[in-house]
Design a protein around this ligand. Structure first.
Ligand SMILES: Cc1ncc(COP(=O)(O)O)c(C=O)c1O
Length: 363
């Protein structure tokens, strides 16, 4: 009998969330961002729900191969471009579009032999200081690229550092528009937060986290506000129940002490499954669809939950760590992430390989 923990991916929710991106950016084409193995959901599983996208954006070349193996003939964009010159061979072979963010990548293209000129996305560093040409250097990079026979169409791209927060995007948009003013080519600026919060003109938007049912600007807004649906459920079962007396402690370090008599359940889920170890007492969890909280420290394979609001719970009761619970109950991954001092992105990417993950049956 395997441990009762499993993760489910909801293709219907992925499709719904993608349609939210379309509704928020009706004139744009939508890249479904599927990097990091589709934010931990698995490329193959996520593809089921995201196949209505106009293209798939990712950065690992093996992931690009996997998308092609799924039969996708449309656009695929390598968000970080080539990591070394020979990556361009795969781009030619699989017709991958790719970012160009530094002059070395232009040198590699200039030396690349190909019959098929490449579609490239020239990346501007408009203020994030991660990848891209500064606004000052952007136009000469464009001119160099434009002169190469290896290059077909040049699109213009940048990435926002603060689309989810009070600093906003105005400064970066201004820098981008100044450096890109009269350059031809399609534009791609918006990530999830920019799509949902800022009505910006884009030819291509890059929808990542919103596809996966996490609010990009949580806690200012939650998924209900953006009408997004959870796309991943992590669930397990109670494998033991303990009756505590006042003064009893729970788990390593005895970090939790019962103030009165209390029933707790022990769940087959721990940090070796990808559950955050820093989730303290009271991190939300559903037992039989009823919201309660964790107690004490998360250990490698187990965690404890308060059963006070669920007196009928017993060994075998279903525990929803995040996602869809029984009887229409829901627990947003963002609520769990906040309690653990992290973000939904990190939790969904961190589900451990030992947790069996599969597509949920259609709701
Ligand atoms: C270049 C680029 N575009 C788009 C995205 C998608 O961002 P989000 O998941 O916030 O929508 C990312 C993710 O980090 C990215 O690196």
């Amino acid at each position: 009998m395997p441990r009762p923990i499993e993760a489910l991916v909801h293709a219907d929710a992925l499709a719904h969330n993608l349609s939210c991106a379309r509704a928020a950016a009706p004139d744009a084409r939508v890249w479904a961002v599927v990097k990091a193995n589709a934010y931990g959901h698995g490329i193959e599983r996520a593809f089921e729900g995201l196949r209505a996208a106009d293209g798939f954006a990712l950065l690992d070349l093996h992931e690009a191969e996997r998308v092609r193996e799924l039969g996708w003939r449309g656009p695929i964009l390598l968000l970080e471009g080539a990591f070394e010159p020979r990556d361009l061979e795969l781009c030619s072979r699989l017709n991958l579009w790719h970012a160009v963010h530094c002059s070395e990548q232009i040198d590699w293209l200039a030396a690349h032999k190909t019959h098929l000129p490449h579609r490239v996305f020239l990346k501007m560093n408009s203020g994030m200081n991660r990848l891209g040409f500064t606004p000052i250097a952007y136009r000469s990079a464009w001119t160099r690229l434009n002169a190469l026979p290896q290059v077909d169409e040049i699109s213009l791209m940048t990435h926002f550092s603060d689309a989810d927060g009070p600093r906003g995007i105005a400064q970066q948009v201004e820098a981008f528009e100044w450096a890109a003013r009269d350059l031809p080519g399609e534009r791609s600026l918006s990530n999830s937060a920019a799509i949902l919060r800022h009505g910006l003109k884009n030819d291509w938007v890059r929808a990542g986290i919103l596809c996966y049912g996490s609010a990009p600007d949580f806690p200012e807004h939650d998924i209900r506000h953006w009408q997004l649906q959870p796309t991943m459920t992590l669930r397990s079962r109670l494998i033991a129940v303990q009756q505590l007396k006042a003064g009893d402690t729970v788990g390593y370090g005895s970090s939790y002490t019962a103030r009165e008599a209390q029933r707790i359940g022990i769940v087959a889920c721990g940090y070796a499954d990808g559950y955050p170890r820093h989730a303290g007492t009271d991190t939300p969890v559903l037992v039989d669809g009823v919201r309660t909280g964790t107690v004490g420290r998360v250990s490698m394979d187990m965690l404890a939950v308060d059963l006070t609001p669920v007196p009928g719970a017993a060994i075998g009761s279903e525990v929803t760590l995040w996602g869809r619970g029984p009887l229409g109950s829901l627990l947003s991954i963002d609520d769990v992430a906040r309690a653990a001092g992290t973000i939904g992105y990190e939790l969904m990417c961190a589900v451990a390989p030992r947790v069996p993950m599969h597509l949920a049956a259609a709701a």
